[in-house]
Design a protein around this ligand. Structure first.
Ligand code: FDA
Length: 506
C-alpha cells in the first residue's frame, strides 16, 4: 500500500528536533515527529511518572535487566545498580567497544534525564569550533532566543549561600579557590522557585529527592513542557511515539520515504511503517542521526551522501572524577541534583577545563566532591557501518580518552595538592579515579560545513536536514544543549526563509 505522507517529517524529539517541529508547525507545515521512546506523562502504579533514583524499576533504563548507572559502585559495593525488567525506560547507555554514551529516550530526548545546566559557550571557542557560523547573529539573537524558549533561570545567590542543599557546591568552590581557581554560577532549566518551595516543604520534592538521570517528576522544564508543547499548540504537529526510524530512501520525484518500526512495551516490532515526506529533519541525536545517514549511504539508499558522514565525533572531553574531603569538610547528606556551579579554567591556554560541580545525593554524608570535567580533547572518533548487525560501530579507543583524563588530572591534582586531599578510588569500578569510559555529551558525526552545508542541509540529499548535536564537531567547551538549540534555531530560520518555496506545495 502507499506510504503514509507527511509534508515534513522529524526524527527524534530532543533539542534539535523540538526546535524543528515548532518552527515547521508555526510556518503552517503539517509535521510528523517520530520518537522511539515513550511519552512520559502517565503515572505508574506508585503515582509518579518517573521511578525513584534510589529504587529504580523498569522505567529507569531502555530495555535492560539491570540498571547501568554512571557510578558503578560506592565504597566498592555494587549498591548503585538494581535488577529491572525490560521496558522502554528513559535512560539508555549505548555501548561501543571502548566508549559508552548516555542518552535520553522519550518525548523530549536528553531533556528528560539531563542535569539541566544551560550554559552558553565562550564566544571565542564557539567561533573556533564553528567558523562558518556568524557569531554576532548567534550571540545577539539565537542564544538569547534559545535561553528564553528553554526557560533558563538562575539560582538566587542568597539562597544558594544559605541552603544545606548546595553545601556540596560551596565546599568545592572553597577548594577551588584554595588552588587559585575561579568558579562561576551556571544557569539551569530547573525552576528554582519550585526548588525553594521544595526546600520549604511547600512543593513535592524532585531535585531535592535525588531525581535526575531517571527523570524528574517535578520542577524540570524539559522539552515536553517548552518547545514540544508549543509545537503541539500550533495544531500542525503530531508526535508518534515508540516509532524507531530505521531506513531512509529517496523516491524518483525527490521525496523521501522513512521506514520505521513501531514497537510495543516489550520491545517487539508490532508494525513496520513507511512514511513519505517532502522534507526530512534528522534530530535523532549525534548517534541516531549519524547512524541513519551512515546506513543510508552504505546500503546504497542515499549513495550521494558525503564521505564525511560518520566522522568528526567527540565526547566533549567528558571525564568524571571524585575527591575525598577531610572530615571537617562535610558536603551534606542533602544535595540538590541540579548543578549550579562550575570551575571555569577554560582561559588557561595550557590546559583549558570547565568542570561542573556535580551532586552525589545519597542521603548520607560521604565527604565526596564529584565533578564532570569538560576538557579540550582534539581526538575524534569515526563511525563505521557494520552490515552484519546493520548498525554503526564507533572507532574510539581508550587511548583517545586519556587526553581528557590527563587534562582533568592536571586541574584536580592542583586542587588536591593545595587542599591536602586525594581522589576516591571506589566510584567507577576497577579502582579507577577517572571515569574515562562514558560520555554525557556525544557531539558530531554529521558536522556542519562537512557532511552538511553551513545550515545543516545534508550534502547529496536535497530536502534532508540535520538539526541536532551531530552538527557540532566533537567539542563545545561547556554542556551542549543551549548550543544545540540555538544552532537549530539559526538553521531553521534560514531553511524556512529560503527553502520553503521549493517544498511548500508538496
Ligand atoms: P537528543 O539525544 O536529546 O534527542 C534525540 C532523540 O531521538 C531521543 O529522544 C531518541 O530517543 C530519539 N531517537 C534516536 N534515534 C531514533 C530513531 N532511529 N528513531 C526515532 N527516534 C530516535 N547537556 C547540557 O547542556 N546540560 C546538562 O546539564 C546535561 N546533563 C546531561 C546529563 C545526562 C545524564 C545526559 C545523558 C546528558 C546530559 N546533557 C547535558 C547532554 C544533553 O542532554 C544532550 O547534549 C542533548 O540532549 C542532545 O540533544 P540532541 O537534540 O542532539 O538529541
Amino acid at each position: 500500500h502507499a506510504p503514509d505522507h507527511a509534508p515534513a517529517l522529524v526524527i527524534g524529539s530532543g533539542y534539535g528536533a523540538a526546535v524543528a517541529a515548532l518552527r515547521l508547525g508555526e510556518a503552517g507545515i503539517r509535521t510528523t515527529v517520530l520518537e522511539m521512546g515513550r511519552l512520559w506523562d502517565t503515572p505508574g502504579p506508585d503515582g509518579t511518572v518517573f521511578c525513584p533514583t534510589g529504587a529504580p524499576d523498569r522505567r529507569s533504563m531502555w530495555f535492560r535487566t539491570r540498571t547501568e548507572a554512571p557510578l558503578a559502585t560506592f565504597l566498592w559495593l555494587d549498591v548503585v545498580n538494581k535488577d529491572i525488567s525490560p521496558y522502554p525506560g528513559v535512560l539508555d547507555r549505548v555501548r561501543f567497544a571502548e566508549m559508552s554514551v548516555y542518552v535520553g529516550r522519550g518525548v523530549g530526548g536528553g531533556s528528560l534525564v539531563n542535569g539541566g545546566m544551560a550554559v552558553t559557550p565562550r564566544r571565542d571557542y564557539f567561533t573556533e569550533v564553528l567558523p562558518q557560523v556568524d557569531p554576532a547573529e548567534m550571540y545577539d539573537t539565537y542564544f538569547p532566543l534559545a535561553r528564553r524558549m528553554l526557560g533558563v533561570n538562575t539560582v538566587d545567590p542568597a539562597w544558594f549561600e544559605a541552603t544545606e542543599w548546595y553545601r556540596f557546591s560551596r565546599i568545592s568552590r572553597k577548594h577551588a579557590a584554595n588552588a587559585g581557581l575561579k568558579t562561576v554560577f551556571v544557569p539551569n532549566v530547573y525552576d528554582f522557585g519550585h526548588m525553594q518551595r521544595e526546600a520549604a516543604g511547600q512543593a513535592p520534592r524532585s531535585a531535592l529527592a535525588g531525581e535526575v538521570i531517571y527523570g524528574n517528576n517535578h520542577g524540570k522544564r524539559s522539552l515536553d513542557r517548552t518547545y514540544l508543547a508549543a509545537a503541539l499548540g500550533t495544531g500542525n504537529v503530531t508526535i508518534e511515539t515508540l516509532h524507531r526510524a530505521r531506513a531512509v530512501r529517496r523516491q524518483p520525484d525527490g521525496s523521501y520515504v522513512v521506514t520505521a518500526d513501531r514497537i510495543d512495551l516489550t520491545g517487539r516490532t508490532v508494525e513496520t511503517r513507511e512514511i513519505s515526506c517532502s522534507r526530512l529533519f534528522l534530530g535523532a541525536g549525534s548517534l541516531g542521526t549519524t547512524e541513519l545517514l551512515l546506513r543510508a549511504r552504505e546500503t546504497g539508499a542515499l549513495p550521494d551522501l558525503s564521505e564525511r558522514v560518520g566522522t568528526g565525533w567527540g565526547t566533549n572531553g567528558n571525564v568524571m572524577t571524585g575527591r575525598a574531603n577531610h572530615m571537617w569538610d562535610t558536603v551534606g547528606a542533602n544535595q540538590s541534583t541540579m548543578p549550579v556551579m562550575g570551575i571555569d579554567d577554560w582561559s588557561n591556554a595550557a590546559n583549558p577545563v570547565f568542570a561542573e560541580i556535580a551532586p552525589l545525593p545519597t542521603g548520607l554524608e560521604h565527604w565526596i566532591s564529584l565533578y564532570l570535567a569538560i576538557t579540550r580533547n582534539p581526538e575524534r572518533g569515526t563511525f563505521r557501518y557494520d552490515p552484519a548487525t546493520d548498525s554503526a560501530r564507533l572507532d574510539w579507543t581508550r587511548a583517545q580518552s586519556q587526553v581528557s583524563v590527563a587534562s582533568a588530572k592536571k586541574l584536580f591534582d592542583r586542587i588536591n595538592l593545595k587542599n591536602a586531599t586525594i581522589y576516591r578510588y571506589d566510584l567507577f569500578g576497577g579502582n579507577k579515579t577517572f571515569a574515562d569510559d562514558f560520555t554525557y555529551h556525544p557531539l558530531g558525526g554529521c558536522v556542519l560545513g562537512q557532511a552538511t552545508d553551513a545550515y545543516g542541509r545534508v550534502r547529496g540529499a536535497p530536502g534532508v536536514y540535520v538539526t541536532d548535536g551531530a552538527l557540532i564537531p566533537g567539542s563545545i567547551g561547556v554542556n551542549p544543549f543551549v548550543t544545540i538549540t540555538a544552532l537549530a534555531e539559526r538553521n531553521m530560520a534560514r531553511v524556512l526563509a529560503t527553502d520553503h518555496a521549493a517544498y511548500a506545495t508538496r
